[in-house]
Structures are given as C-alpha cells and as structure tokens.
Design a protein around this ligand. Sequence first.
Ligand code: FAD
Length: 287
Amino acid sequence: MKISDILAKGRPSVSFEIFPPKRDMPFDGIRDTVSRLAQQKPAFMSVTYGASGNACANTVEVASFVQECGISALAHLTCLTSSRDRIADEIKALRSASVENILCLRGDMPKDSTEPPPGFFRHAVDLVHALRPSGFCLGGACYPERHPDCAHMEEDIAYLRDKVDAGLDFLTTQMFFDNNVYFRYLAKLRDRGVTVPVIAGIMPVTNGRQIERICRLSGTSLPNRFKSIVDRYGDTPQAMLDAGVAYATEQIVDLFANGANAVHVYTMNRPEVAERIMRNLRGILDD
Ligand code: FAD
C-alpha cells in the first residue's frame, strides 16, 4: 500500500524504522526482528540504506520480507554514493518485490571523499526528479533543528520546498526530543508553502552515552528534562530502557493529542522497545 494512502486516512498511526544486516551477515536475526515488529501492526516499516557513506546492502531483501509479513515497506535510497545504474537496478528490484514506497535521500559523503563521482546525483532533490515518473510513492527527510550542512533554517526550508515541489508525497523528520521544536517547525513549513504530511521521527533512547554523540553529530538538542534522565540512568541499562520507553511514549501521546497523526519510531532493531511503546499506546491507537 502507498504511504500517501495510509496517511490520507487521517488516523493516528505508528510506523517503524529498521536497518538491514551488513553485507554477508546472516539474515536470520533480521527475519526474527521484522516478524516480531510486524506483530505490532505498524502502519508501515522503513528499511535504511547504508549509513555514513558506507556501502549499502540488503535493503531490498529486507523490504521484500517486510511485505511478505503483510506490512507495507518503505525502502530508503541514497544517491550521493550510488551511481545512476545502481539506482535503476534498485528500482527494478523494488518493483519486482512489489514495494511501492521510496524515501529519497542524499546520504552522506564517505570520510575519504569531498565530491560525488562525476554523473552522480548531488542532492536528494535530483533523485526525486529522477524517480517522480516511476509511479512510486516518494518521501524525503526534513530537519526540525536544521540540517547540519546548512547555515540558516530559512535556506534549509527553501531547499526542502524545492525537494517537495519536485514530487514528494510526505516527509519524515530527524529525531527530536522536544515536541515544541516539531510544532514550531511544522508551523514554519506550512507558512512557507510546504503542505505535505510531516511524519514525526521519534527515537526511544535506551543507550544514554551513545545518544549524546549522535545528537552532537546530527545537531539535535537535548532538553534539560531529557539530560537529567540520561545523567541519572545512562549507566544503568535496565533503568535507561524504562526511562527511554517512558519518554518516547510521552512524546508520542503529546504529539497525537496536539494533532500530529503520524509517528515513525526509530526502533534500532529492538523489537522489545517497540513492543513496550505499542503496549502503552494500545488504547490510543484503537480509539
Ligand atoms: P538533501 O535534501 O539533499 O539536503 C542535504 C543538505 O543539502 C541540506 O543542508 C540542504 O539544505 C542542502 N541542499 C539541498 N538542496 C540543495 C541545493 N540544491 N543546493 C545546495 N544545498 C542544498 N542516511 C543514510 O545513509 N541512509 C539512510 O537510510 C538514511 N535514512 C534517513 C532517514 C531520515 C528520516 C532522516 C532524517 C535521515 C536519514 N539519513 C540516512 C541521513 C541523511 O542521508 C543525511 O542527513 C544526509 O546528510 C542528508 O540527506 P537528505 O536526503 O536530507 O539531503
């Protein structure tokens, strides 16, 4: 099913993100993870494509398995490190697997390069232009606290608007830990003429030390309330898990209560975390 059709229902929905195993790694673990996550009946599941400029692997295979589990898949696709031929091959494979949704991304440059090879796409907008005639439902990424490569929020939003106008059906946000950041950003997008649905990206934090580094790199701010939790429980895995699930649940409830209908949970391939969050939301999602 196309994500645009899922979102058009206008009901609160929760979707999950997973990452595939590295090339040549066994597939059994991810099958178990996907099967367990599918039992939670997410609106859809997205499958990442490489990261930090590393070679990608297995996205189509995992997205195909998501579909076999009866859940609509969203396959991520990055263009900065993928040749046009490779992109064409991925599209063909996704079509054969009946995947209908693609998240169009630039990706990041590998550490040892500064320029994409000649002929490669430079920005996500180029990929959107190329894929628009394909008939896939297309999504893109957006950044409530600005993308770190862009010096000014207004400029970042202007580029985002170009990307949406090129043919995006929806956006998914970078993680944020303060819902006011999301609501202020959403108001700004609407004011600047970006009208597509904006799915809120929520990261349940279960590893306190790791998150500080991730947030520094991605430019995500940590509210004081959240910092206190990490300071207090960051070194105690079980306590941090409990606190991370509670914080994410509270964020999601507040988003739904204030009119956001779609939330995407970055599961980090931990079904037990997604299960606990979904259990907390059962009454709300059934309402
Ligand atoms: P773009 O939309 O191209 O924007 C990147 C930067 O370029 C921004 O600063 C923007 O303002 C600027 N820009 C845009 N257009 C222009 C232009 N025409 N001229 C000059 N500047 C311009 N990474 C992965 O490797 N794999 C994944 O699976 C993955 N999934 C993600 C999912 C989500 C929801 C998010 C939020 C991020 C994901 N990322 C992933 C990370 C993403 O690839 C990086 O954040 C990357 O740095 C930017 O990708 P983008 O698609 O947002 O790029």
